[in-house]
Design a protein around this ligand. Sequence first.
Ligand SMILES: Nc1ncnc2c1ncn2[C@@H]1O[C@H](COP(=O)(O)OP(=O)(O)OP(=O)(O)O)[C@@H](O)[C@H]1O
Length: 632
Amino acid sequence: MNKGHISVQSENIFPIIKQFLYSDQDIFLRELVSNAVDAIQKLKTLSRKGEFKGSTEDLRIKIEIDPDKKTLTISDQGLGMTEEEVKKYLNQMALSSANDFLDKYKDEGTGIIGHFGLGFYSSFMVAKKVEVVTKSWQKDAKAVKWICEGEPEYMIEDATRDQVGTDVILHIEGEDEEYLEERTISDLLEKYCKFLPVPIQFGTKEVPVETATDESTDEAEDKAKEVETEEVPNIINNTHPLWKKNPTDLNDQDYLDFYDELYPYSDQPLFWIHLNIDFPFHLTGVLYFPKIHNQLEVQKNKIHLYSNQVYVTDEVKEIVPEFLTLLHGVIDSPDIPLNVSRSALQSDRNVKKITGYITKKVADKLKELYNTDREQYEAKWEDIGVFIKYGMISDEKFYDRVKDIVLLKSTEGEYHTIDAYLDKIKDSQTDKNDVRVVIYTFHKDAQDSYVTAAQDYGYDVLLLDQVLDNHFIQTVEQKWDKVRFVRVDSETVDQLVAKDEEKETALSEKEQEKIKGIFKDVLSLDDHRLEIRPLPVDAAPVQIVKPEFMRRMEDMQRMQSGQLPGQGLGMHQIVINGNHPLIAQKLNNMRSEEKKVDFTKYLYNLALLNQNMLNGKALTDFVKQSLDYANS
Ligand SMILES: Nc1ncnc2c1ncn2[C@@H]1O[C@H](COP(=O)(O)OP(=O)(O)OP(=O)(O)O)[C@@H](O)[C@H]1O
């Protein structure tokens, strides 16, 4: 037996490991299994180089719990370690052999995971004592056992192990005993190891074996087949996940099945992108565009980040631009540094390149869909549109890539690109300052009378009813020259697109003052909220409009408090149609003060109703008054 001292800077390294190195102690299992994978991959490399002569068929990792001995063991059939190596690699923290090995075999595509040099010690986050029994692949190597009880002292002694490989035995006690439970370990394996490239066995499972019964017996027809079960090793991982395969070997169903494996019981994704690049960095993965149900609750944190098939995190904010976190799927890159702080990650050169690459790939895929199948693209627009608009608002580069494939939907259900749309409305909706005025509604039904009035006036009305449309409008206004968006109820129809036309009015100035006076008195309104205009004869007699800038401010406030932009009383203006017969003749010629008051209220309430702004007692009174009028 041999005693020694682990060479670390501080005597108290273990408490530090426990508290600071990994905020999530569950990752000890990931670290140990990754080491086991590395050990097997290294042995395969040695075999390919002809240095290791034994078989490398079916090398696997085994995880076992012994509840009586209170141990959790991770065994591998990898290359093992000699006594010198144990001393070198396990005792000198941060002196990981991965660098030595990678240096030596760098052209071999070794697929090695570990490079932090501290992974092994994470086992002390849950174990009071760790034993390593290992036998190296090297000729005449003797098995050795390393024992450490969480102190800087360790012991090395001779051991017996027939096969080449390593067992890491964790002795677990007290509050950490949950790691001796099958459920806990199987959940951790599912989370971190589901797609590791080497088979991992955890216990056994029963699988059905179909056996035909003897058909000559009388009961043969009743029970032609009988299901029996047999016990087989329970392999918990899929060693060839879809993203590692060649896209040309895969069909749509493969991608859909994999989506189902990642997100069981979800709706089918709309489409997907297979990422695969070797230079200037390594990255593979599959990103899916999900179907969006509720625009306010888009699910983020659905992209899983892997490094050489080891699950790392689903916090990918620093690697994927914010708007793309709406996507689902897997990104796997050994070139994303995992041992640096999140803020350092953002400024890492590789990460920047990766971000750019993913953004470009997504934009390319969207363009491809637009160019090859516009019909499908339009059909999926409701979902795709959210990504595209979010991307355009938040990412300049993405904006440039997709600005020609963003679609505007008219209330008639037609889709146009922005340029095509601006061209379409050029003649009818260019105002006196040569600005193209895009008229839109946020809700076709709720604003039906305004939409119909605008259409009757010869205007086209867009439907902008998505959560981000307010921001999107501002982005387009900033980027496109001489374009302004106005909501259909922001002005009376004649003023939506300001022209230099003098309109005829049926009322004299004196009569106008009189009518204004009536409204002011009856409704107790300020002068500046009231206006008489020469509107078309068939336009509503009284209208409520919400100037665009005021409404935008209100909408912003609502968005900040988490509500949808929409109606509500808020600031508004009352426009009286001086040309409407009910104003120009009926009200103008009314004698009875009482009737004037009633009729003015009636017309005003009608306008409120048209804006969905009438409710409660005011609505009840209005209905009653309407019935009285109908009866008179
Ligand atoms: N199961 C094993 N079989 C063979 N060698 C091992 C095994 N586990 C650990 N080692 C050796 O010990 C070294 C240190 O392991 P450790 O987990 O601390 O660091 P690493 O795997 O190199 O990097 P990382 O911190 O990323 O895990 C490894 O590089 C390897 O040489």
